[in-house]
Design a protein around this ligand. Structure first.
Ligand code: IVH
Length: 738
């Protein structure tokens, strides 16, 4: 690059866009020469300088970042282990519009292009731009045969098995009239509710960290095991197509409606319009609905409606001329990182939080933002990919950062402004000891993958005050023991004043009424002192306040007493054993029926050390991780002591199996085999269990019903040999409906 380049600051937005496009073209050409033709045509230094300039423009003009940004390229490259799929028709990106003027320009370009067709009235479609990942699904004679990611647009990854788990994607097209061969294209995404639920499930068991719905959807699609993808409940909107033996319909709008008839989910917000004003009206409407949709969108896509005219208008520099993505302004702001604090969670996870100079973004003031984990701060996400740009950029105290509220909810750092980094800023040193108790904080190695966990964990367990207090908060929480009136603040007060050290102490509080009373009174006094200091006025404590507090205590003790005989599944979950969430707690309750049985087998497993399967029964759906977590729990004498003193206070009810008498399948043992078309495996299993049936993994003489889909093999033969009732998916659904 020549040394006499213009300063970025002197560029207008329009000029900057042209410059980003120019650099993008040059860098892509250099990439092709280097990677594909093995014939580099510029020096590494020239390439690097060009790349730096490109990235500097993206930082200075975040709104101009292209969808196919070279900075994100690593994340789009096929991951090892999946077969590559070459797209017969490339998966393109879209030109962008950032203003009403840009939209008017787009319409005007169309008008000029078709100028000679005097009577032509151009119609367009407008629909949300979903913030997910595009996928291409090939249907041969109506049957889904192969699905792939976009990859670099030309070559993607074969993720057929994973895409099959998405309920919005039909395994067979419905109805008729579809082309003999067609690639349906659209966006895979995760709803915010699903994302939050997954995060909560993971946090409850000290599991993996998830950054945002889009990355999580991407990670969920790249799973080796499709049942993991299935558990993520991904969604899909169909909005385009690739190679096809016939146009699905004469217009874009009708084509997408056809997709709806063929069994796909399609956006209900797609409309037809014929002027810039109408398109912009739909943009505004969608923007207003944005926060209530339940999934992330980042703009509105306009497409010329008539397919014949689309073909005539054509493509330029890898983008259709006949479509444009009108982006929502990003809700972003600049601020600085004042400090990085570490919070210690219930399972000992060290969670870094950036303390920011307060800044308003999209209507709220943001002061804290999660930095997720050590790798994130260093610039690498949990898949080992750089989080920001090609080069991992670490976050340092003193840095200026761009923050944004993803999906209007979770604030996150999107970029570090390197140009503004103070000269004395040093890389953040993630602590290797727990900041609360001083125990070593380590990163565990996942035995299966051999990879280091992304989080560092305090090894202090219950000697760590932070873990102990978080465990107590978990114990009393809604899904666990659900003790009313014992919220987070009260737990902290009781813990800090030494009145509650372990869960058992909660149940003896009544015996220490005077001390509890004193602790609450001290807090009240402290609070009113603070209020007075803030307002400059003094106030007398009134008698009624005292009286109310007595009543409050009685209520609290009553609420505690009400939980002395908890359901077994709640109690197991409340123990806060790693990897044992609500669902697993319920499975364990069902498996062991009583706490005494679970305790006994746990202790046996701990004594046997390692030989889990001899001691624990084999139960569907519970993996080694759970059994090992249980064994580890019982191996720790402190845990057993705490559990035993708790069991002196609390008597969990034995688990009684209640069989739904109304369903025909209640009490039956069911095995699923072959591929199911209407239900995912997960759904089928959940449905069977809801109806009181037991789902087994293999056929034996105890099997009552085999549900066999296409492709059923040895299980079907075994069932036939044993004379077991065999039904197909439809018959099963009928039985289940009775
Ligand atoms: S149409 C040739 N429609 O945006 C046109 N794309 O910038 C193909 N996207 O890679 C794309 N919602 O991942 C289209 N309603 C929508 C979309 C959409 C999201 C994504 C898609 C594509 C990117 C293009």
């Amino acid at each position: 690059m020549s040394g006499d380049e213009r300063e970025i600051e002197s560029f207008s937005e329009r000029e900057a866009r042209a410059e980003i496009d120019r650099l993008h073209g040059l860098l892509s050409a250099a990439d092709r020469a280097y990677f594909e033709q093995d014939a580099p045509d510029i020096t590494d230094a020239e390439y690097d300088a060009m790349k730096r300039r490109y990235q500097a423009f993206e930082i200075a003009f975040p709104a101009l970042k292209r969808d196919d940004s070279l900075s994100d390229k690593v994340a789009g490259a096929p991951v090892e282990g999946f077969n590559k799929v070459r797209h017969a028709v490339p998966m393109l990106s879209l030109a962008k519009a950032y203003s009403d003027e840009d939209v008017a320009d787009f319409i005007e370009r169309g008008r000029r292009f078709f100028e000679r067709d005097k009577d032509l009235k151009l119609a367009f479609t407008a629909e949300p731009k979903i913030d997910g990942l595009s996928a291409s699904l090939r249907y041969e004679n109506g049957v889904f045969v192969q699905g792939a990611t976009r990859g670099d647009g030309t070559v993607g990854e074969d993720i057929t098995a994973n895409l099959r788990t998405i309920s919005d994607i039909p395994h067979k097209l419905w109805g008729s009239g579809w082309p003999a061969s067609i690639e349906i294209r659209g966006e895979v995404y995760m709803t915010m509710a699903e994302f939050e639920a997954l995060k909560a499930r993971s946090a409850a068991v000290g599991g993996q960290e998830y950054v945002n719905p889009r990355n999580t959807a991407a990670g969920s699609l790249r799973q080796k095991d499709p049942s993991v993808t299935a558990s993520r409940n991904l969604k899909f909107f169909a909005y385009a197509w690739g190679a096809t033996t016939a146009d699905p319909a004469p217009t874009q709008y009708e084509a997408v409606q056809k997709f709806g008839e063929w069994g796909f989910a399609i956006s209900p917000l797609m409309v037809r319009a014929s002027s810039a004003d109408e398109l912009i009206a739909q943009y505004k409407k969608i923007e207003e609905l944005r926060s209530s949709l339940g999934y992330d969108i980042d703009g509105v896509v306009y497409k010329l409606d008539n397919l014949e005219l689309q073909r005539r208008w054509g493509f330029s520099s890898g983008e259709p001329r006949w479509a444009v993505a009108h982006k929502f302004p990003a809700e972003q702001a600049f601020t600085t990182v004042r400090a990085i604090d570490i919070q210690v969670g219930r399972t000992g996870t060290l969670a870094p939080v950036a303390r920011l100079a307060p800044v308003g973004v999209g209507g709220v003031v943001v002061e804290n933002v999660t930095l997720h984990n050590e790798d994130y701060i260093a610039g690498i996400d949990s898949n080992g990919l750089p989080i920001r740009g090609d080069e991992p950029i670490d976050v340092r105290i003193g840095d200026t950062v761009v923050i944004q509220r993803a999906g209007d909810v979770i604030p996150q750092i999107v970029r570090v402004v390197l140009e503004k980094r103070p000269a004395d800023a040093v890389p953040y040193q993630f602590p290797h000891v727990c900041p609360v108790c001083g125990s070593p904080a380590t990163r565990e190695i996942n035995e299966k993958t051999g990879k280091e966990d992304s989080r560092r964990r305090c090894t202090g367990e219950l000697i760590c005050a932070a873990q102990a207090v978080e465990q107590l908060k978990h114990f009393v929480s809604r899904g666990a023991m659900d003790i009313e009136g014992l919220g987070q603040e009260n737990i902290e007060l009781l813990f800090n004043s030494g009145l509650v050290k372990t869960a058992a102490d909660i149940f003896t509080l009544r015996d220490r009424r005077t001390e509890v009373q004193a602790a609450f009174a001290a807090r009240r006094e402290e609070q009113s002192r603070q209020r007075e200091a803030a307002s400059g006025k003094t106030r007398k404590a009134t008698r009624s306040v005292e009286e109310r507090s007595f009543e409050g205590l009685d209520k609290l003790f009553a609420a505690i007493d009400a939980r002395r005989e908890p359901e077994l599944d709640r109690f197991i979950f409340a123990l806060g054993i790693r990897h044992i969430g609500e669902t697993t707690g319920a499975v364990l309750a069902k498996t062991f029926s009583s706490m005494a049985a679970l305790r006994e087998r746990g202790l046996e497993a701990a004594a046997a050390g390692g030989e889990l399967h001899e001691v624990f029964p084999s139960v569907n759906g519970l993996g080694d991780t759970v059994w090992e977590a249980l064994r580890d729990f019982f191996e720790n004498e402190r845990n057993v002591a705490v559990l035993d003193s708790l069991l002196e206070q609390v008597k969990p009810k034995d688990y009684v199996v209640t069989v739904s008498a109304t369903s025909e399948v209640a009490g039956k043992t069911v095995v699923f085999t072959g591929s199911l078309e209407k239900l995912t495996r997960g759904e089928a299993k959940a449905m069977a269990e809801r109806l009181g049936a037991k789902v087994a993994g293999s056929v034996s003489k105890n099997t009552d019903i085999l549900v066999a889909g296409p492709g059923a093999g040895s299980k079907l033969k075994d069932a036939q040999a044993l004379g077991i009732l065999v039904v197909d998916e439809d018959q099963w659904l009928e039985m289940a409906a009775k």
